[in-house]
Each structure stands twice: as structure tokens, then as C-alpha cells.
Design a protein. Structure first.
Length: 265
């Protein structure tokens, strides 16, 4: 399927690996030029080189802390320089999740870190790109949140709270910008075969004294698909939400969890 976005310019956050990289690769396959962001320059450059070689699109890297004003400004400036229209056509908000724990583990410092990374930063990036998208009459914003905004995970309370705040912002804003050709949706991943899953499974290994294989098999057994998702299939869904064909999907929360969330609606 031709996604109709060849030549567009996308910002993809936290895109050196994992789900962010999966999204970047799928967009590149559709002909989208990319501004990739992550903190680690080495991994980011390796990802960019692989994408350039595989898909022949333009890829600019910005190795900064996107939670800072300076980091966001650098990423936005790179998109403005790369794009023929002077700004990002597509924004994929993504960030690693806060550490697991119990409610009693978290004070103001931990909460502010989660809110900065998983709520305020994507909101500020979105509000920065929306005026240009509205002026041009076309734009796509995809927020990678978590299955936990629909089905809370006890040990991920920081993520539950911060990402739910982003979800609420997106729900209202999506309806406000839709008349201008700007489409905003959320992708809610369940367990995928990424470093985040390895970290969570490693916590189970440490706490219960079992092997990694046992921890992964136990978690996979709770998923109706009986496996972890892949970054590639996640990226393909993201690319569709960024496509010309998604113009009537407004403010949706799309679950990609292998059926783990048990609900009729």
C-alpha cells in the first residue's frame, strides 16, 4: 500500500532502538525523511546509517536530551532545516518508561521526572509543531504511550499517571486540530521484544530467582497471541497512522498488545 507520505519530514523521538527505531524504519520505507533523536550519539548514528543505506531517505540525527528546552529547540530546528515546508509534517512522540516500583518508593523527584519525560515533553513538542501543521493544512502526531493507560499496571504507577495525562491532553487537542487536516492518535504498546521488556523481565528474574527464559515464557503465556510483539509490526502500525489513509482516525487509542487487554470495546 502506498501510504501517500513520500517526501514528508518526520521527527521520531527515542529512535535509536526499540519501538522508536521500528517507527523510523517504517516511515523511511514509505519515503519519509527523518530527524532522529536520542541521547546516545553512537547508537543514534548507527541507526541513521542503517536507515539511509536501506531506504535512501535523508536522515538527520540530533543527540540531545529531548526533555530540555535546548534539546527540543535543536530537534525542531533540524526539522525546519530538512523540510521543504519549513517544519515537521509528522511527529512521533516516544520516551522510555519510568522505573517500576511501589507507590511508597516515589516522591516529588520521581514524579517530576516521569511527568517531564512522559507527559510534558511530548505536549511541548506537539504544541511547537501544531501551528505549522495547521498553516499547511496537513499533519500527523502519534504519541507512543502504553497499555497501562487503559489497564493500569501496579508496579508502573509512574507510567500509569504521566502517560494518562498525555492521553487526556491528546484526546481534547485531537478534536481541536482535526478541522485543519491535522490527525493525532496514540499507540498503546503491550510487551514487545525491546530493551524495556528485558529490563522488566530482569526485575522478575532478580525478585523470584528464576531464569530469563522462564520469566519471558511466563509473561508470554498471559498474552493471547502467546508471544511478544516486534518493533517492525509496531512501526508498520505507526506508519499507517501517519499516512494519507488515516485522516478519519481522530484521537484514538490503538492497542498493540497481542490481545492482553480483555474488553469487548
Amino acid at each position: 500500500m502506498d501510504l501517500g507520505i513520500k517526501g514528508r519530514t518526520a521527527i521520531v523521538c527515542a529512535s535509536s532502538k526499540g519501538l522508536g527505531r521500528g517507527c523510523a524504519e517504517a516511515l523511511a520505507e514509505a519515503g519519509v525523511n527523518l530527524v532522529l533523536n536520542a541521547r546516545g550519539a553512537e547508537a543514534l548514528e548507527a541507526t541513521a546509517a542503517a536507515i539511509r543505506a536501506a531506504y535512501g531517505v535523508e536522515v538527520v540525527t540530533v543527540a540531545v536530551d529531548i526533555t530540555t528546552d535546548e534539546g527540543r529547540d535543536a530537534v525542531l530546528a533540524a526539522a525546519a532545516a530538512l523540510s521543504p515546508t519549513g517544519g515537521a509534517d509528522i511527529l512521533v512522540n516516544n520516551a522510555g518508561g519510568p522505573p517500576p516500583g511501589m507507590w511508597s518508593d516515589w516522591g516529588r523527584k520521581e514524579w517530576m521526572g516521569a511527568i517531564e519525560g512522559n507527559m510534558l515533553t511530548p505536549i511541548l513538542l506537539t504544541t511547537a509543531v501544531l501551528p505549522g501543521m495547521i498553516d499547511r493544512g496537513w499533519g500527523r502526531v502519534v504519541n507512543i504511550t502504553s497499555q497501562s493507560v487503559k489497564s493500569p499496571i501496579g508496579v508502573l504507577g509512574l507510567s500509569n499517571g504521566a502517560r494518562s495525562g498525555l492521553t487526556g491532553f491528546a484526546a481534547g487537542t485531537a478534536r481541536q486540530v482535526a478541522p485543519h487536516g491535522v490527525v493525532m492518535n496514540n499507540l498503546l504498546p503491550g510487551i514487545h521484544a525491546t530493551d524495556r521488556a528485558l529490563a522488566l523481565d530482569g526485575g522478575v528474574v532478580k525478585a523470584e530467582g528464576i531464569t530469563m527464559e522462564e520469566a519471558q515464557a511466563r509473561r508470554a503465556a498471559t498474552i493471547p497471541a502467546r508471544r511478544y510483539g516486534t518493533a517492525q509490526e509496531f512501526g508498520a502500525t505507526c506508519a499507517f497512522l501517519c499516512s494519507q489513509h488515516a485522516g478519519f482516525m481522530i484521537g484514538q487509542n490503538v492497542m498493540l498488545d497481542g490481545g492482553a487487554f480483555n474488553s469487548t470495546f
